[in-house]
Ligand binder design. Structure first.
Ligand code: C2E
Ligand code: CA
Ligand code: CA
Length: 440
């Protein structure tokens, strides 16, 4: 009976109080706080624990966590320590007037000294969120929430940093959390999410051969929210897989209906890193193509450089080769803004480079951008890859790109993203000659 009780309240690996037990201890410590006393709290997160585990093996990883807990317990000096998640620990202490920052510095200093695992000396990177009662709150739940917003802010500032709670964080945090819940609802309900399609034009004739699918979210209260805002939100809140699957299904379904109507337009879909990392991407894509009877060659995949180089996605080169063998085309999105290494282009099987709009913006006047654009065009040609420029807004930009051999153009100059129905209307218009005039 005692064991059972212990199991419910203690973390089995480290013997530390778990989240529930820690909550109780925090309440009683807060109640015991004397006048003039304060309590320091810190939430410590081990960065990249997963890759450390992969490197050490499960047993090594366990030993690391145990040593880490021991060191943390030694630091507590009568305070409380708990493990509230795989890589998340909480430590708190009462203080009569010690400095908060100095305490956090001490934690970091002691916990980042190397750990000896087998014959390896391991250095950890830590993200720390901290706060102090009663200044930052007196309620246990509120304090825990504030620790989490502080930790989250620390992580946003880059790994291996610490951040004390500030009221501004709370406002932002609640807003984000609220929005994430709304997004969860949007994915499950009908009509809030939509795909718009932006045409990709032959640079010299203006003819449309393909479109890019761009996600739109119409929030019931806030109106349209940009994907630049909610895609990162979805990634942080574990919604990206569902969102990505929604996009894939919608795009494949649209492709099926266009094909039935006799339209032949390749649809390019944006794929985020997490979709590739979380696995099952290839299988669910293949399943959808089968379900809607759509050929792989009519669904292209846009991936950014950072996705292509993300080690967590496994052997990306092999996965891309397999996707291409099935008939998909692959494009590198936002080309030129991610890594400066070009070496990967030699090894990765891609069909198309999509030059980022940052370079296009100041064409042709800005010499540096013009030089980069020309160099990338020449390189793509040499590598046998196609080029598409995005964000083309003016006739001058288009002319410059055409004269330097860029095959494809996407941008407001030719057309803005629009719902599927409008795209087809426009296409019919183009065929009637309107576009030829613009392109000539
Ligand atoms: P992106 O993939 O680089 O998409 C191109 C963005 O440039 C789109 O913004 C598009 O509306 C905008 N754009 C197109 N032509 C022009 C132009 O001439 N001038 C300017 N200034 N902008 C132009 P949008 O739709 O707001 O999308 C922003 C980003 O959100 C996308 O950037 C992409 O990274 C992400 N995103 C959108 N849809 C999806 C999706 O379904 N899945 C994933 N993972 N990401 C998506
Ligand atoms: Ca894109
Ligand atoms: Ca892009």
């Amino acid at each position: 009976e005692q064991d059972l009780q212990r199991l419910g309240l203690e973390d089995a690996l480290t013997g530390l109080p778990n989240r529930r037990r820690l909550g109780d201890l925090l309440v009683s410590r807060l109640n015991g706080l004397r006048a003039g006393e304060a309590m320091d709290l810190a939430l410590i997160d081990i960065d990249a624990l997963k890759s450390i585990n992969d490197a050490l093996g499960a047993e090594g990883g366990d030993r690391l966590l145990q040593q880490f807990s021991q060191r943390l317990t030694a630091l507590a000096r009568g305070g409380v320590v708990g493990r509230i998640g795989g890589d998340e620990f909480v430590i708190l202490r009462s203080t009569a007037g010690g400095e908060h920052t100095a305490w956090v510095d001490e934690l970091r200093q002691v916990l980042t000294k190397p750990f000896e695992i087998g014959d390896q000396a391991l250095h950890l990177a830590l993200s720390i969120g901290s706060c102090r009662a009663p200044e930052d709150g007196v309620d246990a739940d509120v304090l825990m929430q504030r620790l989490e917003s502080a930790l989250y802010a620390a992580k946003r500032h880059g790994r291996n940093t610490d951040m004390r709670f500030q009221p501004a964080l709370d406002a932002g945090g609640d807003l984000q959390l609220g929005l994430a819940n709304d997004l969860r609802v949007a994915i499950e309900s009908q009509g809030q999410l939509q795909l718009h399609y932006q045409c990709q034009h032959d640079a010299s004739t203006g003819k449309v051969a393909s479109v890019e699918a761009l996600l739109r979210w119409k929030h019931p209260l806030r109106g349209a929210i940009s994907p630049a805002e909610f895609v990162p939100l979805a990634e942080r809140h574990g919604l990206m897989l569902r969102l990505g699957n929604w996009v894939l299904r919608e795009a494949v379904q649209q492709q099926a209906s266009w094909r039935r109507a006799g339209h032949r337009l390749c649809i390019w879909v944006n794929v985020s890193a997490l979709q590739l990392i979380q696995g099952g991407f290839e299988a669910s894509l293949a399943g959808l193509l089968m379900e809607y009877d759509v050929p792989a060659s009519s669904i292209g995949l846009e991936l950014t450089e950072s996705v292509l180089l993300d080690e967590r996605a496994g052997d990306v080169s092999r996965r891309l080769a397999a996707l291409r063998a099935r008939g998909h085309q692959i494009a590198v999105d936002d080309f030129g803004t991610g890594y400066s290494s070009l070496a990967y282009l030699k090894d990765l099987p891609v069909d198309k480079l999509k030059l980022d709009r940052a370079f296009i913006r100041s064409l042709p006047g800005e010499r540096a951008d013009a030089a980069i654009t020309m160099a990338v065009l020449a390189m793509a040609k040499g590598l046998g890859m196609e080029m598409i420029a995005e964000g083309v807004e003016t006739a001058e930009q288009r002319e410059y790109l055409v004269s330097n051999g860029c095959g494809w153009i996407q941008g407001f100059y030719f057309s803005r993203p629009a719902p599927a129905g409008e795209v087809i209307e426009r296409l019919n218009g183009y065929e009637a000659g309107n576009l030829a005039i613009k392109a000539a």
